[in-house]
Write a protein that binds this ligand. Structure first.
Ligand code: NAP
Length: 315
């Protein structure tokens, strides 16, 4: 990481919804005091954009064409599916990789995995003494993490640290010390051992509808699916039908094809589904602003950018 200053005279557009300004601008200015952070201005005058989905707020896709001087578009989000396909985007795009984001995702996924593993939901304040079921210890429980990137790796390592029998699955099968990582074609094995399946895949052409009826049927009976990646991964109708058959037994869903999830969506009412409103991991200004500052300085110095998105792969 470069230290100190390096982005002197840099003009940066905060291309994010207005409600984010008050939380982000102090942290960004503190992390990179030498830049000039702006909310609007002549597009041709900006050296960089800090971008979040929902900008511009008129609902139209941002036209990157007039940003002729921009050396980097730094996303505040890890998932970039809403921007990577923008045909006007020719500038380098960097996604968010932030220790706070990873920690948040570890807490969300381990929290739900432990709740599932321990069967905590069977207890109720109803006078019944339910002490007949002893769950296995963590080493008796198979957990599979689909997607072994920045977030999947952190979650897999945390769960392995608690003793779970963790395997990962990714396109490349890139090794992670201490974790068995299965590659591409081994998806059936990855699913077949997953009493708890944690999904942390990006939204790309290769992941859409990956969990369809055929693949959901490979899960062990009663398995729990935790999807905190993107909603497009799962064929929703197939999941509802599979839940009705008890395979999987439960789904904890944080992400959906349509967000906010419409009030009349069957996920809200299905007893086998827990909905959380895309809150698994937030990008927090305190931990993410230094990451943004580092990339802005690299852009100004002509140094290699961190966390560049591969436009062909889409993540
Ligand atoms: P990342 O570092 O880019 O990792 C992506 C992982 O997915 C990699 O292991 C990659 O495989 C794998 N992958 C991609 N396409 C695949 C395919 N077709 N088949 C198999 N594996 C595939 O991403 P990340 O930072 O971990 O984030 C993952 C996703 O989490 C983001 O894209 C975002 O959508 C989501 N997210 C959600 C929240 C939330 O609050 N719910 C918050 C942040 C992020 P390789 O290792 O082989 O490249």
């Amino acid at each position: 990481m470069s230290t100190g200053r390096g982005a002197e005279g840099m003009r940066v557009l905060f291309a994010a919804p207005a409600h984010l300004w008050d939380a982000w601008s102090p942290a960004l200015r503190a992390a990179c005091p030498e830049m000039e952070l702006c909310r609007d201005g002549d597009p041709a005058g900006f050296d960089a954009l800090i971008y979040a989905p929902g900008y511009p707020e008129n609902g139209q896709a941002l036209d990157f064409t007039p940003f002729t001087r921009a050396r980097v578009i730094q996303s505040l989000w890890a998932g970039v599916e809403r921007i990577v396909t923008n045909p006007t985007l020719t500038q380098p795009l960097c996604r968010m990789v932030d220790p706070g984001l990873a920690q948040g995702m570890v807490e969300y996924c381990t929290g739900w995995a432990l709740r599932t593993h321990l069967g905590m939901d069977r207890f109720a304040q109803d006078g019944a003494w339910r002490n007949r079921l002893t769950p296995p210890l963590a080493q008796g429980r198979g957990v599979t993490v689909l997607g072994m990137g920045e977030l999947g790796r952190a979650v897999a390592l945390a769960l392995a640290g608690l003793g779970f029998r963790v395997a990962g699955w990714s396109q490349s099968g890139r090794p992670v010390p201490g974790i068995e990582v299965l590659a591409g074609d081994a998806l059936p094995q990855a699913l077949g051992r997953a009493e708890i399946l944690i999904c942390l895949l990006p939204d790309t052409a290769g992941t859409r509808n990956l969990l369809d009826a055929e693949r959901l049927a490979l899960l062990p009976p009663g398995a729990t699916v935790i999807n905190a990646g993107r909603g497009t991964l799962i064929d929703e109708a197939a999941l509802l039908a599979a839940l009705d058959r008890g395979r999987p037994g439960h789904a904890v869903l944080d992400v959906f094809r349509q967000e906010p999830l419409p009030p009349d969506h069957p996920f809200w009412r299905h007893p086998g589904v827990t909905v959380t409103p895309h809150v698994a991991a937030e990008t927090r200004p305190a931990s993410a602003a230094p990451v943004v500052a580092e990339n802005l300085r690299r852009a100004m110095q002509g140094a290699p950018l961190l966390h560049l998105v591969d436009r062909v792969r889409g993540y």
